[in-house]
Design a protein around this ligand. Sequence first.
Ligand SMILES: Cc1ncc(COP(=O)(O)O)c(CN[C@@H](CS)C(=O)O)c1O
Length: 409
Amino acid sequence: KKMIDWAKLRADFPILDQQVHGHPLVYLDNAASSQKPRAVIDCLSNYYEKDNANVHRGIHELSNRATAAFEASRQRVATFINAKTQDEIIFTRGTTEGINLIAASWGSKNIKAGDKILLTEMEHHSNIVPWQLLAEKTGAKLVYIPVTGDEGLLDLSKLDQLLTPEVKLFAFTHISNTLGTLNPVAELCERARKLGVTTLVDAAQSAGHLPLDVQSLGCDFLVFSGHKICGPTGIGVLWGRQEILDNMPPYHGGGEMIVTVDFFKSTFKKAPHRFEAGTPDISGVIALHAALDYLDAVGRENIFKHDQELATYCYDQLAQLKNVRLFGPKTGRAGLVSFLLEDVHAHDVVTVADQRGVALRGGHHCNQPLMKKLGIASTARASFYFYNTRAEVDRFIEVTREIQKFFGA
Ligand SMILES: Cc1ncc(COP(=O)(O)O)c(CN[C@@H](CS)C(=O)O)c1O
């Protein structure tokens, strides 16, 4: 196993080397968005300096270079998640658009009145609201797998009664962005497949943090965002089994997704281009390729181990403080910790932490139903990536102690 010089990797991220309010920046908001290595930043500027042109329709040299780079990125994404073919890779704006695309296209054709859509209580709003909108339109019903309180595990004792043949889609998160819970995706997909239930995995918090193999996970759809895995904002991926994608109606209409257009009728390309109307985020797609290469040079299994070590260390340090309420599993959590300091509002924690250079997230994290279930309005959250260090966790704990003292908590 190669030894990784994590401190050296930090030098690849120019943004990390700065002071915030007179203190060294300690960026612990990676679940919201990750920072970008020099290789990704240079890829974006090189593209606009040398190769920029529209893709797929141009014949000239720059358009050919841009198209080749664009489609090479699609192939790279396919290998990144072990998709059978690059035709199963659809570029979106991010996780949210990917889920909306599935709800609008696959949903409109496969969900009808009385059908059930199975979700979990830990889902992000991006994996709840599109299904509420679809249920309103079709008369389908939403059902939820419960979460077991503060520890935040799925209550799988309820799975048999909830995962029944009336369920047409089971959509669930790989990793909870509030709890840090890692769900047993392969097992859940296998249970669903046995009942002919289609599965969608929200990999927003897992895609850049651990190895993903869609063929061994056994899901039917999987979505994630580039900006959370060292790529630019505005680019994301929807993976779907080819046989399912080829039976889905178009999502958006326009150029690129058609074969012929007549005044009253058009014919459409097959996936993936069927679902990529209009000029795409060309530079974002090409820079995503650089991000995936970067992550695999570090090694996602190494990244996950590093994330987990920092998060578990952070959890254990917080657990030693008085008047702290911790959320998520005690062991085996992914790289984030949500917590509450008694008598201190999460926003106050984040504001005072920011004054000391520590970037956290405070709020409901787009998990309002989960917060309601836990009887809270918000949490403060520290989320880690491979460029964070143990010393940064120590700085975070030191600042948390100061906050408790400051508020007399
Ligand atoms: C599990 C999960 N599912 C979907 C999304 C949405 O990703 P977009 O790139 O915004 O489309 C996110 C993004 N969660 C951010 C913003 S709320 C967080 O701070 O936790 C997520 O964590």
